[in-house]
Design a binder for this molecule. Structure first.
Ligand code: GAL
Length: 739
């Protein structure tokens, strides 16, 4: 059987590359993967400092287990260009920072210590996508996703490109690695499991012809079984295990699939034959300080935020293939995914284009099995038409995946339509104009086509979590207006707005401080008011939402007061009290937002509001005449407490070569009724003891009354004790267990 060895610890990191690193192991900074080659401050840094060539070294000790086996090293993600050397011999180059790659090192191994050196070029090289032009995001650098070693037989299962369809069939292909380039006949058993229960077994015979990789088509008919479909409400998953029983080549590899049909049509999007309006946001995979180098738990948490906190049904992986952990979580929770090749506006020369076509190939080969992925983006985000290039990217996608449709994100009206779905960024809404353009104006085609809007808002109205109330109010309204317009268009498949989380960027973009404040969440994953425009579009049976878009103060808006007042809710109506007096009973603004199932309550004015003596407030939400939720506001807002919370009570220590683990800790300044104090930008000191390391600075100021940081586990199995110190309070403590 195969053996999998985690290979994330004891890497010797050299920020400055030297050819000497190819020759011998040089002890230096000992790091655990995921790793960023140049950690960045949150703001006002010089991104050129990340354009470095660095080196990572490790030792692979020859083990008895390697005897008569093949040893294959896997890298899930290295930004951006890597060269890998084993015992001084270069055996691999990879030209993409977002796709996984592997290398068979068997023939280069010797007894004793074997040196592996990875030269990591993070210089934004013009010959490698997404680089060559300027880009509104950073690609950082380093071995930022996990590494592992597979020890397998001469013939092994390399890849299972399998997926289930709603007619209960499994389609795809199996690829064997025929390391010794044999000609032989291998029988692979394919077993389908529902949890631990084996429900089906069939066989594929593969005639090896002496090539390194050999493929066989797979079609498993499961019509006689009680197969449950995968969908966003009940994302049922199955496991397919491929087993080679032959004594000489015993092997086993598994993949998780779901059975579903996803189809973009002229009449909208259909999941398992049922129409579904796609509503989502774009996600960059970057985090403060460590950029892309965040492990499994942080990746999965992002998916949870999108699905559970924001009630979205789709995410666009802008603008590159993302972590398998993120995608795994999307599969598990039923969050649909639009995944695309790396790029941003720029198309390079022939070589560059070849690499880009290769990226489409690698993205599909590695992520094919994810039921959550419903479309492949095969155009460079917002690039101009490029007939021959895009003919190729479409052809590669279609030859590898006969089931999923292609899209490709453009921003020019009337751009050539080579894909299956016309996907466009529509930044038409500017606060005054309509929410979106008409499909025909955009496509300039004389018929309707499968159509989706892949971005809106974003740079049209950057908003910081600490912006004042009028700004937040307009930010929310813009999101409402656009999603409302989209919902009114009965032919559109849906949208992914720009964007989920604020992100670090190049100097040409964003607010100059290297942040694009385009998220409905800030860079620490804390919500702005606009987040509740999405969160409130959920069934109250799942979650009752009542978010009042105000700080309830007299003078944060021009002239004063908090009107017009926007309330994101899925309640039938609300009651608003000023002190003890009920000022208004108000219903969702169905007139203004006719497309939305849960329009916001919009209170334009309240008679004689200006004349009232200032009071605290209460807002109650009612469903079927019953009060189901209450929100309170202080009359006199006074700092009362620092709320300290962690996303997880327990994380894992680093052991046996595993990656490090993490969780996020949030510090929030609140008043006596628990409301965030948006202008409380107090300085806090973060003190950390035990088995963890703080990511980022230990003296920071709250931003908009809130700040989050991540802690990173180490090999020490001690609880992590975190103390927050601030002038106006006694110290606050929280402990995270380490297992
Ligand atoms: C789009 C682009 C995104 C982001 C966004 C900001 O043009 O595709 O990557 O830059 O603008 O609104």
């Amino acid at each position: 059987m195969r053996k999998i060895i985690d290979f994330n610890t004891n890497w010797s990191f050299h920020k400055k590359w030297s050819d000497k690193l190819i020759e011998s192991f040089l002890e230096n900074e000992n790091i655990t993967i995921p790793h960023i080659s140049e950690e960045i401050p949150i703001r006002y840094f010089d991104e050129k400092k990340t354009y470095i060539v660095s080196g990572y070294q490790n030792i692979i000790k020859y083990s008895e287990e390697f005897k008569n086996k093949r040893v294959i090293v896997n890298f899930e993600g290295v930004s951006s260009v890597s060269e890998v050397f084993i015992n001084s011999k270069k055996i691999k180059e990879h030209f993409c920072g977002f796709t996984p790659f592997n290398l068979d090192i068997t023939n280069y191994l010797k007894n004793g210590d074997n040196l592996i050196t990875v030269k990591v070029d993070s210089r934004e090289r013009k010959d490698t996508p997404p680089f060559g032009g300027s880009i509104d995001y950073l690609c950082y650098g380093g071995i930022y996703r996990e590494c592992y070693i597979e020890v397998v037989n001469d013939i092994s299962v390399e890849n299972l490109m399998l997926m289930g369809t709603a007619n209960k069939e499994v389609h795809g292909k199996i690829t064997l690695r025929n390391s010794a380039k044999k000609t032989d006949n291998v029988c692979v058993s394919l077993m389908v499991f529902d949890k631990d229960k084996k429900i089906h077994i069939s066989e594929v015979n593969i005639n090896l012809k002496g090539s390194l990789f050999e493929e066989a088509q797979v079609l498993i008919d499961l019509n006689n079984y009680d197969i449950k479909l995968w969908d966003i409400e009940s994302p049922k998953l199955y496991i397919v295990k491929a087993v080679i029983k032959d004594k000489n080549y015993e092997d086993e590899k598994k993949v998780r699939i779901g059975f579903r049909d996803a189809l973009f049509t002229e009449e909208g999007f259909f999941l398992n034959g049922k129409k579904l309006l796609l509503r989502g946001l774009n996600r960059h995979q970057s985090f403060p300080y460590y950029g892309y180098a965040m492990p499994e738990r942080a990746q999965k948490k992002d998916a949870d935020i999108l699905k559970y906190d924001l009630s979205l049904n789709i995410v666009r992986c802008s603008h590159y293939p993302q972590s398998k952990h993120f995608l795994d979580r999307c599969d598990e929770i039923g969050l649909l995914v639009f995944e695309e090749l790396p790029g941003w506006q720029h198309i390079g020369d022939k070589k560059w284009q070849e690499r880009s076509v290769q990226n489409v190939h690698d993205m599909i080969v590695s992520h094919y099995h994810h039921p959550s992925i419903i479309i492949w983006g095969v155009r460079i985000n917002e690039s101009s038409d490029s007939h021959d290039f895009y003919k190729k990217t479409n052809a590669v996608a279609r030859s590898l995946d006969k089931i999923r449709q292609t899209g490709g994100v453009r921003y020019n009206e009337g751009s050539e339509f080579l894909e299956d779905v016309y996907t466009i960024n529509d930044f038409y809404h500017n606060g005054v104009t309509e929410g979106i353009r008409s499909q025909k104006q955009v496509t300039r085609l004389d018929k309707s086509v499968p159509y989706m809007i892949t971005e809106y808002n974003g740079h049209m109205f950057p908003t910081k979590i600490y912006d004042d109330e009028p700004h937040q109010h307009e930010h929310s309204l813009r999101h409402y207006r656009v999603i409302n317009s989209i919902a009114l268009d009965k032919k559109i498949s849906g949208s992914t707005g720009w964007c989920a989380f604020d992100y670090n960027t190049h100097f040409e973009y964003g607010s100059g401080d290297r942040i694009c404040y385009h998220g409905v969440y800030d860079i620490f994953r804390n919500p702005k008011f606009a987040a509740s425009c999405y969160a409130s579009q959920t069934e109250p049976s799942k979650k009752v939402v009542l978010d009042v878009h105000t700080y309830w103060v007299r003078g944060d808006r021009p002239v004063g007061g908090f009107l017009p007042l926007l309330i994101s809710t899925n309640c039938d109506y609300i009651e608003l009290y000023f002190g003890k007096k009920m000022l208004i009973k108000a219903y969702p603004s169905t007139n203004k937002f006719q497309g939305l199932k849960y329009p916001p309550v919009y209170i334009e004015s309240i008679a004689q509001f200006d004349t009232l003596k200032w009071e605290g407030g209460k807002v109650f939400g009612y469903i079927n005449g019953k009060k189901v939720i209450e929100k309170y506001f202080s009359k006199e807002v006074i700092f009362a407490d620092l709320l300290l919370t962690a996303d997880d009570t327990k994380i894992k220590s680093v052991k046996n070569g595993s990656a490090w683990d993490t969780t996020r800790v949030t510090v929030k300044a609140i008043d006596s009724v628990g409301n965030r104090l948006p202008y409380m930008n107090a300085v806090i000191e973060i003190d950390l003891n035990g088995g963890g390391v703080l990511i980022g600075d230990d003296k920071v100021s709250l931003e908009g009354g809130i700040y989050s940081f991540w802690v990173k586990s180490t090999e020490e199995k001690k609880p992590i004790e975190i103390t927050i110190k601030t002038k106006r309070m006694k110290d606050k403590k929280i402990v995270i267990d380490v297992e």
